[in-house]
Write a protein that binds this ligand. Structure first.
Ligand code: NAD
Length: 283
């Protein structure tokens, strides 16, 4: 069993972005910029935002944090986003989820200029991904594919089972695996006997949000398991969706939590910012 080290892979990606950014700055280009908008106070979101700021700094990307009151009206929030759409020092705009209940997340995502939509949630970018013409794809799914490729894992022809059909993980991930010529099954809360699908899969990706959801009797010998879940166990420790102790010995490759998919998500956010930056400085 080999561990897919997301932390180390993410560091390599960050370093390569920093080299490319430094080269462009040395040629006289401006510094790339990422704006992170956070609405209201949520301890988990605050912590994600801090990690994103730190990662930006390490990659030579300027980060601008915009903190807004939870009572903000949708109209005012959209005005703030439009200001960022026009800001020539900003290449990427990220709206930290979840948003307060009175705000329509689709209206917010669709207000972001698709060129600066580094989370890849704008309908134009989702549509492009759907027809195989990806520009900015969502960071977590993109990070998963990148991690597998980093370890030279052949994807073409593999049977993949994703558990979870959210718009931010499960659905875009299914599209990316299809593009890699995998055969994809997506399980969800109404799937009967998910073990029927997981036992028949080469790669299993639980993205459910339930601690220890994937048990060893759901996994075949030699499977590759990518754990997307970020949960807190009864001891207050961060854990994934996989019953790691019992599942890991059966796997050929497995991601740890923490240190697997999480750091890859942030690295791919920086990469998406760099892609948007390159497009904007050359347009
Ligand atoms: P979500 O709540 O939007 O979706 C969960 C999905 O799980 C749903 O599609 C649902 O149908 C499915 N599900 C729920 N119960 C199920 C069951 N009993 N059997 C089968 N499927 C079931 O969650 P999300 O935003 O996709 O996130 C999923 C998990 O991944 C969470 O723990 C979240 O914190 C984590 N996450 C991690 C990263 C990262 O960077 N590592 C990024 C995004 C999300």
């Amino acid at each position: 069993m080999e561990i897919l080290d997301g932390r180390k892979t993410a560091k390599d990606i960050r370093k390569s972005i920093k080299i490319k950014v430094d080269e462009l700055i040395a040629q006289g280009k401006r510094v790339p910029g990422l704006a992170v908008v956070i609405v209201g106070f949520d301890p988990a979101s605050e912590s994600y935002v801090k990690s994103k700021e730190k990662a930006c700094k390490r990659a030579g990307i300027y980060s601008k944090l915009i903190k807004l009151e939870s009572e903000i009206s949708q109209e005012t929030l959209l005005e703030e986003i439009n200001k960022l759409n026009r800001d020539e020092n900003i290449d990427g705009i990220l709206i930290q989820l979840p948003l307060p209940a009175h705000i329509d997340p689709d209206a917010v995502m669709n207000c972001i200029d698709p060129i600066k939509d580094v989370d890849g949630f704008n309908f134009i970018n989702i549509g492009s991904l759907c027809v195989g013409k990806e520009y900015l794809a969502p960071c977590t799914p993109k990070g998963i594919i990148r991690l597998l490729k980093h370890y030279n894992i052949e994807l073409s022809g593999k049977k993949v089972c994703i558990i979870g059909r959210s718009n931010i993980v499960g659905k875009p991930l299914a599209l990316l695996f299809l593009q890699e010529n995998c055969t994809v099954t997506v399980c969800h809360s109404r799937t009967k006997n998910p073990e029927f699908h997981t036992l028949n899969s080469d790669i299993i990706v639980p993205a459910v949000g339930i601690s220890k959801f994937l048990k060893s009797d759901m996994v075949s010998e030699g499977a590759i398991v990518i754990d997307v879940g970020i949960n807190v166990d009864s001891d207050g420790k961060i854990c994934g969706d996989v019953d790691y102790e019992s599942v890991a010995p059966k796997c050929s490759f497995i991601t740890p939590v923490p240190g697997g998919v999480g750091p890859m998500t942030i690295a791919l956010l920086l990469e998406n910012t760099f892609i948007a930056y390159r497009k904007l400085i050359s347009s």
